[in-house]
Design a protein around this ligand. Structure first.
Ligand SMILES: Cc1cc2nc3c(=O)[nH]c(=O)nc-3n(C[C@H](O)[C@H](O)[C@H](O)COP(=O)(O)OP(=O)(O)OC[C@H]3O[C@@H](n4cnc5c(N)ncnc54)[C@H](O)[C@@H]3O)c2cc1C
Length: 487
């Protein structure tokens, strides 16, 4: 069998197919140096359902007593994972896919553990210290050791051990169909086209986020200007190939995951800096546009439940830019990415001085905004970043719902951001076995799909850390189904 792509979903599919006894070839469009797709750019945070410490230990087998003692991991029952997917998707997520994703999440991470992926607590950005304990606040507790590069390297090692061949610099261009079943893939390798025969094919080649024309066509005007956070190679090939042979579309084709991303980040992802161009501590401060106005509720919810839709909000502002502003009281709480050399940052000892340094911003309006904001903060409510603390503003046209701290203690810092697109939400229609469905809802024989190019799970928004888990869960199912044919 053939797997198209060599990111997280693809490698999980390849491993699962091999377990079924299939002989597997993985095709990767990128050269070896740029391998690993978007999966390699991540911090490999993976959301899964767990009912307590025993469940966590099954996945994070190296959890130490000191870590347990010093942490409040809480629980994340399946019911909450389902609720989070339903709530962030406005009730539109495909319930069959949601049910599989949630119910298979822990089992799948355990299976990955069996293939050498180690999981460790994700203290950075997902836990705040409260009363001497690091308390996890957002249902997202573990990451693969070594982040995205560690995750991909572990899966690659497992694939190599299992005798799976990966061909880099090999781009799939079309699917070959015989008698109604998929029987191979046409590829382009070093400018030469040829057909690779296969008894079944898994498509796991990502969404269309790196395709400016498709972004403009499907997401709308202006999206061609968004920066691409990850791989330059996810241009929708797998989706196009499947649509050409009659696959059905699913999910929100006008929707995507997009975040606040450093204004001066490169046009496509950089494997040295990876995810660190993101700026995810906005719940602790305020965000203003070029008019010096706030335009979103920075504290509407925990970062995990708002960050994926706030990139769009920034894209819609004049000049497609915004500044995140913080004062000295929260400086120690800012995530690591704010302390990197590449961050576009200004600092000032007074607000008027800061106003002058905010490039492209109406300074007078900015000072007015801060003054009104500070006056509206409900100071009598205790600030606690580890819960939705209800410390809001009162009486503003656009209130901040939680974690409202006045911007008044110098030094002040501000960070310039624009929109960075992560991945697209629209894609192929699949069933609960990861089989690709045709326009009439019938499985296309011997064609499977997993990862970003599957539609139906996410709409408008997304609970952080779900993408890799979805890729792994459906990748494993796709590989099982595709591999069985061969066995
Ligand atoms: C900066 C950043 C941080 C993120 N952080 C997280 C996180 O912490 N947790 C989380 O869950 N999600 C995170 N995500 C989202 C996550 O990366 C994706 O959901 C996930 O990696 C998608 O996996 P995939 O296997 O579907 O695609 P990918 O990993 O992108 O793999 C697709 C592969 O297909 C290849 N390909 C494309 N076209 C072809 C073709 N024609 N022929 C052959 N190969 C082809 C590509 O080169 C690529 O290697 C992040 C994304 C980014 C960009």
């Amino acid at each position: 069998m053939v797997v198209v792509g060599a990111g997280n979903a693809a490698l999980c599919a390849a491993l699962a197919a091999r377990e079924e006894g299939a002989s597997v070839t993985v095709l990767e469009r990128a050269p070896w140096a740029e391998r690993g797709g978007n999966s390699r750019f991540t911090m490999a945070a993976m959301r899964f359902a767990y009912d307590g410490l025993d469940d966590l230990r099954e996945v994070a087998t190296g959890l130490t007593e000191e870590e347990v003692e010093a942490s409040d991991f809480g629980t994340y029952p399946a019911r909450r994972f389902v609720e989070d997917l339903e709530r962030t998707g406005g009730g539109r997520a495909n319930p069959k896919l949601v049910e599989i994703l949630v119910s298979e999440s822990r089992r799948t991470l355990r299976w990955m553990r069996g293939h050498g992926v180690e999981f460790v607590p994700l203290y950075t950005g997902q836990a705040f210290e409260v009363d001497g304990k690091r308390r996890f606040w957002g249902g997202l507790t573990l990451q693969a050791r070594g982040g995205g590069p560690g995750l991909v390297a572990a899966l690659e090692r497992a694939a190599e051990r299992a005798g799976i061949e990966t061909r880099y610099g090999c781009r799939a261009v079309s699917l070959r169909v015989e008698g109604g079943a998929v029987r191979g893939v046409e590829v382009e390798e070093a400018s030469v086209r040829r057909v690779l025969d296969a008894d079944s094919v898994v498509l796991a080649s990502g969404g269309f986020e790196a395709n400016g024309d498709w972004r403009r066509r499907h997401l709308g005007e202006g999206w061609e200007e968004a920066k691409v956070r990850g791989s330059r190679y996810n241009t929708g090939d797998g989706i196009r190939m499947a649509l050409e042979i009659g696959a059905g579309r699913a999910g929100q084709w006008s929707g995507c995951h997009a975040v606040a991303w450093d204004l001066n980040a490169p046009e496509v992802g950089n494997l040295e800096v990876r995810h660190r161009y993101q700026k995810h501590s906005y719940p602790l401060g305020i965000v203003v546009n070029a008019r010096g106005e706030r335009f979103l509720d920075e504290g509407a919810d925990f970062r995990n439940y708002t960050y994926a839709r706030y990139g769009r909000e920034v894209l819609e502002q004049p000049g497609r830019l915004a500044w995140q502003v913080f004062d000295a009281r929260v400086a120690h709480l800012l995530r690591d990415e704010y302390r990197k050399r590449h961050a576009t940052r200004v600092e000032a000892e007074s607000l008027p001085e800061l106003a002058e340094r905010l490039d492209g911003v109406d300074g007078e309006a900015f000072l007015r905004t801060v003054g009104e904001f500070n006056a509206a903060v409900r100071r009598e409510v205790r600030f606690d970043p580890s819960v939705r603390d209800g410390r809001s503003t009162r009486g503003l046209a656009l209130n901040k719902s939680n974690w409202a701290n006045p911007i008044e203690e110098p030094p002040f810092e501000a960070f310039a951001v624009t929109c960075g697109i992560t991945f697209t939400f629209g894609g192929l229609s699949v069933d609960r076995h990861a089989r690709v469905l045709d326009g009439g809802g019938r499985p296309i024989r011997d064609l499977f799909a997993a990862g970003e190019l599957v539609g139906g799970l996410f709409y408008d928004n997304y609970p952080g850390g779900s993408g890799l888990t979805a890729g792994a869960v459906f990748g494993r199912l796709a590989g099982r189904g595709a591999g069985r044919f061969d066995a």
